[in-house]
Design a protein around this ligand. Structure first.
Ligand code: SAM
Length: 409
């Protein structure tokens, strides 16, 4: 329960809200969206509407994923936020109680980005930045298992990992990405970090990136090199690497690790990395790190167990050369399993509080029309109606958030 003083301080004042803009829908998409109830999907769309769409007709005939044309429900975490939240047919992105798609800000809330985190670039770029990010609260949990120090974030994107590591007390001294808009977002939100736009696969840019890292470190110890390289697998031909891992973007990242020998390397990827090329990608990555004296621990994390209001699974390779035991971060919330039917979704452990749900994540955000919203508007603190919202508005500290939810590791 909030004390009167806390309640009062939560109610007073206003701030800014960024990127609360959603994509427009065609008339036909709108007809579909209107017929889907919270927690529903394409199966709820009436036949007369289905007949107007060849895609829906096909899905109906052959059976499509139950996430397609899904509408979020307030009392559950969301499904995985990907880069297509502008398309109702590609996931569960319909707002729980407004007839529209989720806005960038709502997607960012579901990814656990704080509200002060601002995204730049085209709508398509923002979807990539938000949909491809590691949820900051998940990265924070990983960062908290490591003694605070200096970090370098490669393939940094919008900076989900950088943000999580910073929240865990690390200092991100350099973040790099190939993409101009990603770098603009990084620079705005991590103004202390040196942001380097570089194609890590290009030998000249790779060399200059290495020099930049050397420059910002100025001889200081590097605690962490981290990154979530797009996973393409390893080609078996080429001349740059003797270990048969050529053409993969993970190789230059591993080379940077071997060059700077940070205490820790943290590699994040999709769970499917375990099976890429029959496990070779992961095996070679670990062999490479071990050949430089690192111990490795590979584990999968469920985002909802770390305070993220979303089902999202991620694979992490955590490596160190300090001799300290490597451990997966302790969860603070229950995970959610999905049964055969969407209604079968349930919490897996009574030992933990239930995960943050969609309503706690976004119910305070102002109503906007389909295709509307604004890049910057006023946020009134009296809109707040959950601790998660207070956390992301910067009005509640993480330990207090966990304590009030009934769990503090
Ligand atoms: C999965 S995203 C990273 C997300 C990020 N870790 C986060 O938490 O927000 C992968 C990033 O790799 C970048 N990238 C792809 N190819 C690259 C290259 N050749 N050099 C540098 N960055 C590259 C992309 O622009 C993209 O932002």
């Amino acid at each position: 329960m909030l004390s009167t003083v806390e309640l009062a301080s939560g109610l007073k004042g206003s701030g800014l809200l960024y990127n609360h803009v959603c994509s427009s829908l065609s008339d036909l998409d709108m007809e579909m969206v209107r017929s889907v109830p919270p927690g529903g999907n394409w199966k709820d769309i009436p036949l007369e509407t289905v007949r107007k769409s060849s895609r829906l007709t096909q899905i109906r005939a052959s059976g499509g994923r139950t996430t397609y044309y899904g509408r979020l429900r307030g009392d559950h975490p969301s499904y995985t936020v990907n880069t297509y939240y502008n398309r109702p047919g590609n996931g569960t992105f319909i707002h729980p109680d407004q007839d529209r798609l989720i806005s960038h800000r709502e997607a960012a809330r579901l990814q656990s980005f704080p509200d002060e985190y601002r995204f730049f670039g085209s709508a398509a770029s923002m979807r990539k930045q938000i949909g491809n990010a590691v949820p900051p609260l998940m990265a924070r949990a990983i960062g908290e298992t490591i003694k605070a120090g200096l970090a370098v974030d490669l393939f940094a994107g919008a900076g989900g990992i950088s943000e999580g590591l910073s929240q865990a007390g690390h200092r991100v001294v350099l973040a790099s990405d190939i993409n101009t808009s990603m770098c603009k977002t990084l620079k705005h939100n991590h103004s202390d970090a040196s942001v380097v736009q570089a194609d890590i696969a290009d030998e000249v840019q790779y060399e200059s990136l290495k020099q930049s890292i050397e420059g910002v470190l100025g001889g200081r110890t590097l605690r962490i090199v981290t990154g979530g390289p797009p996973c393409q697998g390893f080609s078996t031909a080429g001349k740059r690497d003797p270990a048969d891992m050529r053409n993969s973007l993970i190789v230059p990242m591993l080379e940077i690790v071997s060059e700077f020998m940070p205490d820790y390397a943290v590699i994040e990827n999709v769970p499917g990395m375990r099976h890429m090329q029959n496990g070779k990608v992961l095996r070679k990555t670990i062999e490479f790190l071990e050949s430089f004296g690192y111990s490795c621990h590979c584990f999968q994390l469920n985002a909802e167990q770390y305070g993220v209001p979303q089902r999202r699974r991620r694979l992490v390779v955590l490596a160190n050369r300090t001799g300290r035991k490597l451990e997966s971060p302790l969860p603070s919330f229950s995970s959610v399993t999905r049964g055969r039917q969407r209604e079968d979704a349930r919490m897996t452990s009574a030992a933990y509080p239930p995960p943050i749900n969609v309503s706690e994540a976004i119910s305070d955000l102002p109503m906007i029309p389909s295709g509307g919203g604004s890049e910057e508007c006023t946020y009134e603190n009296y809109w707040l109606n959950s601790d998660y919202q207070r956390l992301l508005r910067g009005l509640l500290k993480m330990d207090e958030f966990l304590r009030r939810r009934g769990r503090l590791n």
